[in-house]
Design a protein around this ligand. Structure first.
Ligand code: COA
Ligand code: AMP
Length: 632
């Protein structure tokens, strides 16, 4: 069937469509129907089925005779090692960790935070939680202790699974002191933690609270998978919203198993047994869906890469991994390719490797600029597919479904809606705009299986963030347009979220931290264009009158403050002191006008501006630190 036929089949009978997909996975009890709509306009999927994600990711493949196939490859240029784990070995290791957690009293529905670098144990920890129905929440290693503490307080975990350190090029990141500080400052105290000791930096364990990972699993007996209800939360993944408080996106178990399994063949076009590599991090949604769960549900081999696109050791790192492990499909963020292209513009390092096995490159996480796509197409000689989705959805909203049909590529567009997503472009009044016109990208409810049913601890915020602006629709937070062929073009966020190297950050959070400096009267943080990372945060700071500190000193203290409180991942390095911030007469800061000035773009004087001359001051201050860096 063609893409259009499949999309139509879904639209004309969604219930039959999803029930058919549900046959692709194994249930302890099959669901009686797909969609469960509740009286309050909320929706769940496959709720009365019983299923286990770990069974579907691991055990069922062993039973089916794939026990000796490699499930995970850990390729770690930062430690100079590579290791492989078969499905049978994975079953044993996951079963023992899950058994040890059960023996410590962890029950179905308990939360467990995972704070780990890119090592197999991170995936083993996720699967062990899934095995016993515990809800994991993975926290990205590049966040500071304070961000970990915020997540501990919200998720209230029974325990934290961690490692002594992560390894970034040129430095060891000691996770344990960060975890200790987080537990110290959080109100909720996890009962215990389990720490994997890595030889690069062994951690000191706190007697009575911290357990050594190897000892923890050594005496444990492996446990069976515990089936859970279809709508049981598989995990919580915190992501940035408009305010400093992150949103705890909840992933429902059955929907996520059913659709992720389907996407591997139909979207990514890989067959069971083939090697699939998502070069991301387990701390992000891409890592959840496409390093851990989907490839394993589908019986693929997944690569866990502990390195960078450049510098570990060079811009040929990705080519080496593809060659060495016979990667058939690669998924990464455009930033990674921009970094490679910058270091090795003619892709000379490619000559050293055999990439004949690679079939497709998928890009997502941020807008894929046509230059980068062309470069990758020319040098790799494979289709390069931009696709668009979010932490909230857990799987592609739009893209080119390569396993169904290779649709025409339109540069600048992330292609067409996947079954389940009825995309509409709306104006401010909630009316659909004409094809080709810009508007808010919304999705008609219900959202498909696998997408978020709510935010953890915050149903009200879920409704106000996503559902209230346009009743009957989910608001994506992105704006863009749809062309005559229903291809979607995602242009920008409509909220204060920015995207730095494929990492989603809240400018609201950065503003809160900068504003907490005792000499800062007020500030704005905006996302400015960056050739490598797509966007970078830039701070505009107004000082309290009478401060003794020099401007540069306040700036450098604010930069340090963000690094300490939010973490290095914020990449907050640029800020400048200004006399005043431009505001509307009602006091709203004109952030988008400042973005245009910093990016060297034309802008119209906002009619509601309080004092137009303030913009001249902003332009002068930005010029003093080298903005605009290019002409928009
Ligand atoms: N643990 C601790 N620190 C981390 C970290 C982790 N897991 N990941 C990143 N950091 C740190 C980095 O060391 C860096 O610290 P520094 O300020 O001391 O240099 C900082 O966070 C910013 O990291 P990063 O965004 O990775 O920037 P970079 O300049 O080190 O590298 C790229 C630039 C393009 C190579 C890098 O961003 C990259 O590989 N991007 C791929 C995109 C991606 O995977 N996106 C995920 C969504 S699909
Ligand atoms: P995250 O939740 O971290 O995956 O970030 C999701 C956001 O990243 C989206 O809402 C978009 O703003 C942006 N994004 C992801 N993929 C794309 C893409 N292919 N094109 C444009 N923006 C994208």
């Amino acid at each position: 069937m063609s893409y259009r036929q499949i999309y139509k089949a879904w639209k004309s009978d969604p219930e039959a469509f999803w029930m058919k997909l549900a046959e692709g996975v194994e249930w302890e009890r099959k669901p009686s129907k797909a969609l469960f709509s509740n009286s309050d306009q909320s929706y769940n999927w496959f709720s009365d089925g019983r299923i286990n994600a770990c069974w579907n990711a691991v055990d069922r493949h062993v039973v089916a005779g794939r026990g000796d196939q490699i499930a995970l490859i850990h390729d770690s240029p930062v430690t100079g090692s590579t290791s492989r784990i078969t499905y049978r070995q994975l079953q044993d290791r996951v079963g023992k960790l899950a058994g040890a957690l059960l023996e410590r009293g962890v029950k179905v529905g308990d939360r467990i935070i995972i704070y780990m670098p890119m090592i197999p144990e991170a995936v083993i920890a996720m699967l062990a939680c899934a095995r016993i129905g515990a809800i994991h929440s993975v926290v990205f290693g590049g966040f500071a202790a304070n961000e970990l503490a915020v997540r501990i307080d919200d998720a209230q975990p029974r325990c934290i699974l961690s490692a002594s350190c992560g390894i970034e090029p040129g430095r060891i990141v000691e996770y344990k002191p960060l975890m200790d500080t987080a537990i110290e400052i959080s109100s909720h105290k996890p009962e215990f933690s389990v720490v994997l000791q890595r030889p690069q930096a062994e951690a000191e364990l706190i007697e009575g609270r911290d357990l050594d990972w190897q000892e923890f699993v050594a005496g444990a007996s492996s446990c069976d998978c515990i089936p859970v209800a279809g709508d049981h939360p598989a995990y919580i993944l915190y992501t940035s919203g408009t305010t400093g408080q992150p949103k705890g996106v909840v992933r429902p178990t059955a929907g996520h198993i059913v659709v992720l399994n389907w996407t591997m063949k139909n979207f990514f076009n890989v067959e069971p047994g083939e090697v699939f590599w998502a070069a991301s991090d387990v701390g992000w949604v891409v890592g959840h869906s496409y390093i851990c769960y989907a490839p394993l549900f589908h019986g693929n081999t997944s690569v866990i890469y502990e390195g960078k696109p450049i510098g570990t050791p060079d811009a040929g790192a990705f080519w080496r991994v593809i060659d060495e492990h016979d990667v058939k499909v690669l998924f990464t963020a455009p930033t990674a390719f921009r970094a490679i292209k910058r270091e090795d513009p003619d892709a000379r390092l490619l000559e050293r490797y055999d990439l004949s096995g690679l079939r497709i490159l998928f890009l997502a996480g941020e807008r894929a600029d046509p230059d980068t796509i062309h470069w990758a197409e020319n040098h790799l000689g494979v289709p390069v597919i931009d696709h668009w989705w979010q932490t909230e959805t857990g799987w592609p909203i739009t893209g080119n479904p390569m396993g169904i049909e290779a649709m025409a590529v339109k540069y600048g567009s992330c292609a067409v809606a996947m079954p389940g997503y009825d995309i509409r472009i709306l104006d401010e009044g909630g009316n659909e705009v004409e094809r080709g016109e810009l508007g808010t990208i919304a999705i008609k409810l219900p959202l498909p299986p696998g997408t978020l049913p709510t935010l953890w601890n915050s149903e009200a915020r879920f409704r106000s963030s996503y559902l209230e602006e346009f009743p009957g629709y989910y608001t994506t937070g992105d704006s863009g347009f749809m062309d005559e062929d229903a291809y979607v073009y995602v242009m920008a966020r409509t909220d204060d979220v920015i995207n730095v190297a494929g990492h989603r950050l809240s400018t609201g959070l950065l503003e809160e931290v900068v504003a907490s400096h005792h000499d800062v009267a007020e500030c704005a943080v905006i996302g400015v264009h960056d050739e490598l990372k797509g966007q970078l945060p830039l701070g505009l700071i107004c000082l309290n009158s009478g401060t003794d500190l020099r401007d540069e000193q306040v700036v450098s203290e604010c930069v340090q403050l963000v690094r300490d409180r939010v973490g290095p991942v914020a990449a907050f390095r640029n800020a400048v002191v200004v006399q005043r911030l431009p505001k509307t007469r009602s006091g709203k800061i004109l952030r988008s006008t400042m973005v245009k000035i910093a990016d060297g773009e034309q802008y119209k004087m906002p009619p509601t501006i309080d004092e137009p001359a303030v913009l001249d001051g902003i332009a002068r201050a930005l010029k003093s630190i080298g903005y605009p860096r290019h002409q928009g």
